[in-house]
Ligand binder design. Structure first.
Ligand SMILES: [Zn+2]
Ligand SMILES: [Zn+2]
Length: 132
């Protein structure tokens, strides 16, 4: 069987490319029924896309995603910029500030007066001690 170079049109970029006699012999040898649909650069592009490591694309998005969770102190629904570890308490912004009186002493006092929340005795002592 004689093979001659043929001109085919790439299905991806529409460029014409040569289906060489040697390649046809190869295809015939492998009993491939169909002509190649794409030129070499396009075939290469598709192959490199297909073999790209799958984990990479999602990582950047995931790290920016806020996880919806419940504050373990007051139970309010809040979001955290990380994935909460099972069993570890997650605090909403208010409770977090309440736990750090030095950082937001004024906010703590207001919160305590408004909510009269005695859930954190250590913090109450600190605040009252400071006010006395
Ligand atoms: Zn092409
Ligand atoms: Zn809270």
């Amino acid at each position: 069987m004689e093979f001659v170079d043929r001109l085919l049109t790439c299905a991806d970029c529409g460029d014409e490319f040569i289906f060489t006699a040697g390649e046809q012999l190869f295809f015939f040898d492998k009993q491939f029924k169909n002509d190649p649909k794409r030129c070499k650069p396009c075939k290469f592009k598709r192959a490199s896309v297909a073999t790209r490591p799958g984990a990479a694309p999602g990582t950047a998005v995931l790290s920016r995603t806020e996880t919806r969770t419940q504050c373990s102190e007051c139970g309010v629904e809040t979001t955290v910029p990380f994935k909460p570890t099972q069993g570890r308490p997650v605090l909403c912004r208010q409770c977090f500030q309440r736990r750090q009186p030095q950082a937001a002493a004024a906010a703590v006092a207001v919160d305590l007066m408004a909510a009269s929340d005695a859930a954190a005795p250590a913090t109450v002592d600190q605040v009252t001690g400071r006010q006395l």
